[in-house]
Ligand binder design. Sequence first.
Ligand code: 6PG
Length: 255
Amino acid sequence: MRVIPHPRAEVCVFSDTDGLRQAAADEFQRAAVAAVAARGRFMVALAGGSTPRGVYSALVAHTAAGPRAVPWEAVQVFFGDERAVPPDHPDSNFRLAYETLLKRVPVSPANIHRMVAERPAWVAADLYEGELRRCFQLERNQRPRFDLIMLGMGDDGHTASLFPGAPALREEHRLVTVTQHPQGGAERITLTLPVLNQASQVMFVVSGPAKAGRVREVLFGPERGQALPAQRVRPARGRLVWLLDEAAAAGLPGA
Ligand code: 6PG
């Protein structure tokens, strides 16, 4: 593993995708143990897309390993975004997490907070706002402070379901909003930037050569926040961690 110096982020590059997945699982476990020791619970938002699949498998293996395991009994699982589909749909982020992780570890079903994306999108967004306010015991103008938010990045620089140029990038009050995928307009439900930037820790996990150019732009290019939503994710009072494999880091210094 090599670290690339960066003014705002901790950028760690791993020799291959397995090393990246293991490191992400290790960081998830570290954050969980620390949060539970400090506050009795671990409030985590899982990433969407396909990259997390390998991280989830590594987490299941961690749990099987025993004493170094994640304190699942105190973990509250949320989602960074969701496609506007039922939970058993092949495109569902919940379905991926449930099939590869959540049904394989001793997390309580009551502690899995799914976006009810089978409902009309704005209904689902409003319901999720309410779920966040209830679970984090928020006052009216407060935002939830997740212990960890896992994120991926698309090759267009989107993250969660915050796409380039989307009006949602200017949302300053809502915790959860509705966006449309730029190809085809399919609706998404997503946490907003103010929630992402309220986190104690954000962990991007990005793999593969297709992302390398955008990773370079986001981390070392000029400020283009409307065009590069992932560049807008900078926790005000938290850690920003980018975990990459060498393929995704190919455009970075020292590659
Ligand atoms: C989604 C995600 C999205 C994802 C990136 C990377 O619902 O698709 O939230 O932001 O993390 O598109 O996706 P891959 O991991 O599949 O490359």
